[in-house]
Design a protein around this ligand. Structure first.
Ligand code: GLA
Length: 390
């Protein structure tokens, strides 16, 4: 981390000048979801953890009338006059922080003229929540600088709102929550309806967490995501005929028979079945992890992927190749897609003695079957968002 900070500081002074006035620094992590996919916007359970990589933000009041944005990741820079309401900038990374600044402005907390420099080490568009981490890091900084003093949960909700409204991606709350509330070496068991949560120690013993990136370009992810949301709303509508429910997760695994009876549309029925069975898998996964039963945890991860492929239909050849080739390798207890799907990453639990074999075998098989190259990360589980003293 020291290297990153030094690089950022050098670049910050290079761009914005005045070496006598030190900026402040914030960090927000990306996340990987262990199990509980496409359940958050259905009021269900999720089980993500924060990663040791994420987005850094150096920020300083510039005494002027403009907010200046730059990043070490792209060359594109922007300068925006301080206002009470901001407009989207077409196709720009700046919409993530600007959307958050806009939400604060709506609450009456105007960020004064400031210089901002970002740096992110989460791979972009890989389903590891680079967007949530840039939103959350901005929210933490603006919260402190404007003296708004919002609680962490409000920063999470505000960041989600910025993504929904300003960026235009209708995500649930999981990513921003994990980025905000992550705890070192723990996963977060979150009820997305009540927002009650529990930090569960993630003790994997002889096993490692491996993230494998398909490196498939995102393409249609956002439109397909919204289509799935609409299908779940439709399922709720059908089930209303049986009982008044607010969301799909109010239907338990013991009520699966209801789906056949009340949902006439085969596609909608499959989507509902995924959400309901996935909630059941999260509950069991949390239980078996607490009992140190990593083997069962892995089986549940596998079942989760199968359901996301068969019932929810959000996988695709790239993710499926990683998963089904991965399952053939000794020492792989569980492997599944993580995040929205269609591309992005898988998360796997692999015995430490077999990590090298996993990487070598998958590297070859994945390229042979898809023509793409996979990337591998062995992350550690880190803390959530906050200020860093340096
Ligand atoms: C994306 C969204 C999350 C969640 C997942 C799927 O990561 O941002 O809110 O819906 O997809 O579980």
């Amino acid at each position: 981390m020291r290297n990153i900070i030094e690089r950022m500081l050098e670049s910050f002074y290079g761009k914005y000048g005045d070496r006598n006035s030190k900026p402040v620094l914030f960090f927000s992590p990306g996340r990987v979801n262990l199990i509980g996919e496409h359940t958050d916007y259905n009021g269900g359970f999720v089980f993500p953890c924060a990663l040791n990589f994420g987005t850094y933000l150096m920020i300083r009041n510039n005494g002027g009338k403009n907010i200046r944005f730059s990043t070490l990741n792209f060359t594109e820079e922007h300068s925006v006059p301080v206002k009470e309401e901001y407009k989207r900038i077409e196709r720009s990374w700046v919409n993530y922080p600007l959307g958050v600044i806009n939400e604060f402005a709506k609450l009456g907390y105007l960020l004064p003229g400031s210089d901002l420099l970002f740096y992110g080490d989460v791979p972009n568009g890989a389903g590891l929540s680079s967007s949530a981490s840039i939103e959350m890091v901005t929210a933490c900084a603006v919260n402190e600088i404007t003296g708004a003093g919002l609680a962490l949960i409000d920063l999470v909700k505000l960041s989600q709102k910025a993504e929904n409204i300003f960026v235009g991606m209708n995500c649930g709350i999981m990513d921003q929550f994990a980025s905000g509330f992550g705890k070192k070496d723990h996963a977060i068991f979150l009820n997305c309806d009540t927002l009650d949560y529990e930090n569960v120690p993630l003790i994997l013993g002889d096993y490692s967490l491996i993230i494998t990136n398909t490196n498939k370009r995102r393409g249609l992810t956002d439109s397909k995501y919204n289509e799935r949301r609409a299908e779940c709303d439709k399922a709720v509508e059908y089930l209303q005929a049986y009982r008044k429910i607010r969301n799909l997760s109010e239907t338990g695994t013991d009520e699966l028979a209801l789906l056949n009876k009340y949902i006439p549309d085969e596609i909608v029925l499959k989507r509902a079945r995924h959400v309901i069975t996935e909630n059941g898998r999260v509950l069991e996964a949390v239980k078996v992890l607490k009992e140190n039963n990593i083997a069962r945890f892995g089986e549940l991860m596998n079942q989760s992927h199968d359901s996301l492929r068969g019932d929810y239909e959000v996988t695709g050849i790239e993710l499926d190749t990683l998963v089904y080739e991965g399952r053939k390798i000794a020492g792989v207890l569980g492997t599944r897609m993580t995040g929205a799907g269609f591309g992005g990453c898988t998360v796997s639990i692999v015995h430490k003695d077999h990590v090298e074999e996993y990487i070598n075998t998958i590297t070859e098989a994945y390229t042979r079957k898809t023509g793409l190259n996979a990337d591998f990360y062995q992350p550690s589980v880190g803390n959530g968002s906050g200020r860093i003293e340096f």
